[in-house]
Structure formats: structure tokens, C-alpha cells
Design a protein around this ligand. Structure first.
Ligand code: SME
Length: 165
């Protein structure tokens, strides 16, 4: 399948990157920026049911829910558990074709069947994870991985420039 079919509204990967960069450059507040980025990804990434962030809490053993689009989600995920917790523990992208076969998968939305989680790194440490879930199996391939990793990379580069105020 062509990647453009997997994006909504006739968008291209470059279009989405432009919107993401504008969201980062246009606002310094971290929550506001992450909220708009989850909305951009939800608007342009087709056939998904959840997209959002889990944030690392310094010195704690679990992640806390950040801005997202989708159904009500699990608020805390232990590092090392579920797809999100494993991606953060291993500091690497995880693409799961069928979450029902992933040991310890945490089902927040029972419609989810496939998932991609990309850690966000800043200053050598994982500071958050970007999680996208789809209701169909095997939804995420190389083009989606490229997009989500690009977004995570841009956020990581700008993480310490973003503020709470
Ligand atoms: N499925 C994820 C949990 C997060 S959500 O589905 C929003 C996991 O197993 O880590």
C-alpha cells in the first residue's frame, strides 16, 4: 500500500512534518504543544483509534498519561510493562502487529489490535513515549515508523526548550 493512502486528506509525509514543526515553533508550553501534536497525528494518520504521549516521571518507576486523542486511557504504566513500558525500558521503537499476542499488553481500548511506540530522547535519556494504536492488525509499517520517529526526534531535540509556563 502506498503511504499516502495511509494519510488522511491527501496529505504527504512532508506536509505532516511541516504542521508538526509549526506546532513546536509556535508554542513553548509543553502540554499545549504535545496536545496539538496528538491532534495533528490523529487528523492525518488514518485508521487509528488512539494517539498520544506517556511521560517519564523523574525518579519514578512508571509513566504518566500525557496529552492524547482517543478513548479514556490508562493513566499510569509501569516501566517494563505493556508495549509502552517495554519501549521505554529498552529505549527503542516497538511495532506490534497483533497486541493480543504481546505478553503483558495493557489493553486500555479493547479495539486496539496493532501498535507503534517510539521513545522520545532528550539529553541521552528517555523522557516520554509517543504511542499510536490501530483497530486493525498490522497497521504500522516503515512509512508510519518513519513519520512517528521523525516526530519523536523533533520533540526530543526541542524537549528542554519547552516549558511548564
Ligand atoms: N496498549 C498500551 C497501553 C497504552 S494504550 O493502549 C493507550 C500498552 O500495552 O502499553
Amino acid at each position: 500500500m502506498e503511504f499516502e493512502e495511509s494519510l488522511a486528506e491527501g496529505a504527504t509525509l512532508d506536509d505532516v512534518e511541516v504542521f508538526i514543526r509549526a506546532a513546536i515553533e509556535g508554542e513553548r508550553n509543553r502540554v499545549a504543544t504535545l496536545a496539538n501534536i496528538s491532534a495533528i497525528l490523529n487528523q492525518y494518520l488514518s485508521r487509528i483509534n488512539w494517539v498520544g504521549f506517556y511521560l517519564v516521571l523523574p525518579g519514578r518507576d512508571h509513566l504518566v498519561l500525557g496529552p492524547f486523542q482517543g478513548l479514556v486511557a490508562c493513566t499510569r504504566i509501569p516501566i517494563g510493562q505493556g508495549v509502552v513500558g517495554k519501549a521505554v525500558e529498552q529505549a527503542k521503537t516497538l511495532v506490534v502487529a497483533n497486541v493480543l499476542e504481546f505478553p503483558g499488553h495493557i489493553a486500555c481500548d479493547s479495539r486496539s489490535r496493532s501498535e507503534i511506540v517510539v521513545p522520545i530522547r532528550s539529553g541521552g535519556a528517555v523522557v516520554a513515549a509517543l504511542d499510536v494504536d490501530a483497530p486493525e492488525r498490522d497497521r504500522f509499517h516503515t512509512p508510519e515508523t518513519v513519520l512517528v520517529e521523525r516526530v519523536a526526534g523533533l520533540l526530543g531535540q526541542n524537549w528542554n526548550l519547552m516549558t511548564d509556563s
